[in-house]
Design a protein around this ligand. Structure first.
Ligand code: GDP
Ligand code: CA
Length: 311
């Protein structure tokens, strides 16, 4: 069993490749829920939905969120009625949110609701939220603390960040499916997708049971760098690194993660870092890590799996 940790775009891109490389019983994808929030009465789960839609092949690859072939009648009407329109919710996406809200309202845990939705969308691999109870990422700046969506969507990541809080993480309820997986001792390796280290991976690792499981691991943790040639492929990862006083590079990430990662997959553009990373006691795989399209995701995933399984 390979367990992957994933955020949204980078997470989904590698996850879809892993799903092509591994049968359903050999892969579990644990997804960040720190970005989740309440909006118009719905629980919005951006990363879960990005991973679910991507695995189902119904995602919008251009935007990195939402559905392909989306329609916007609902949003148009919300605007006309002067409702909150800063967060885009297409008609097809809306159907998922209506069903999710209904199931949550009846008391079903998020992990079960996610499984049912994924199955109905034709996803065969297991997608597990990191927590069944709310964990909410909060972004600290010098003067205030912002909710994640305020920072990410409304303010477009403009504020300079000084740190993050993951409220609810300490008391998070790990979904039964993830608990079983941690107990079963069948994990061959954990793969950290090239997701944002601070707002996608850190919230997952902030869940105490997950952190303890990883600390006591007898399997390797393999990370794919989200930083290529000193820049993020998409999103604020490099900007956040600079604001936290780190020089954006795969090498800085190796230092940042320290003992939490055993093996690194870095991009061919960063091949010059090989020696420095190996001197830090890590095994390194150099690969083409830019996943523009499904076949490139699958090609990278096959190499990552072989690297992760190598004794
Ligand atoms: P978000 O939740 O949508 O922000 O997505 P993630 O946290 O999962 O992924 C964001 C990170 O993915 C960014 O830091 C990007 O640099 C990285 N990323 C996106 N696409 C790729 C890719 O094709 N290759 C690599 N190596 N990183 C990627
Ligand atoms: Ca996200």
């Amino acid at each position: 069993m390979i367990v992957a940790l994933a955020g949204g775009v980078g997470g989904a891109r590698l996850s879809v490749g892993l799903a092509a490389a591994l049968p359903p019983e050999e892969l579990a994808i644990v997804v960040n829920t720190g970005d989740d929030f309440e909006h118009l009465g719905f629980t919005i789960c951006p990363d879960l939905d990005t991973v679910m839609y991507t695995l189902a092949g119904v995602n919008n690859a251009k935007t990195g969120w939402g559905r392909a072939g989306e329609r916007w009648q609902f949003m148009g009407e919300i605007k006309r009625l002067q409702g909150e329109d800063w967060f885009q919710l297409g008609d097809r996406d809306l159907a998922v949110h209506v069903l999710r809200r209904e199931a949550l309202r009846r008391g079903r845990p998020l992990s079960e609701v996610t499984r049912d939705l994924a199955v109905r969308l034709g996803v065969r691999h297991r997608i597990i939220p990191m927590s069944d109870t709310p964990v909410r990422t909060r972004v600290k700046t010098r003067t205030r603390t912002l909710s994640f969506q305020d920072y990410f969507v409304r303010l477009r990541c403009a504020p300079r960040v000084t740190g993050f809080q993951f409220s609810g993480a300490r008391a998070a309820t790990v979904p039964p499916a993830l608990r079983r997986l941690m107990r079963a001792r069948q994990t061959e390796a954990l793969v950290m997708c090239p997701s944002n280290p601070f707002v996608s991976i850190a919230p997952i690792m902030a869940v105490p049971a997950i952190r303890a499981w990883l600390r006591a691991r007898d399997f390797p943790v393999v990370a794919v760098s989200p930083i290529i040639g000193g820049a993020a492929v998409k999103g604020p990862a490099a900007k956040i690194m600079r604001e936290l006083g780190l020089k954006p590079s795969a090498l800085a990430l190796v230092r940042y993660y320290g003992d939490r990662v055993d093996r690194w997959v870095i991009d061919q553009q960063d091949a010059g870092l090989l020696g420095a990373i190996e001197r830090m006691g890590k095994r390194v795989l150099i690969a083409d890590t830019l996943m523009t399209g499904r076949s490139r995701s699958a090609a990278l995933a096959r190499r990552v799996v072989a690297f992760a399984r190598d004794k």
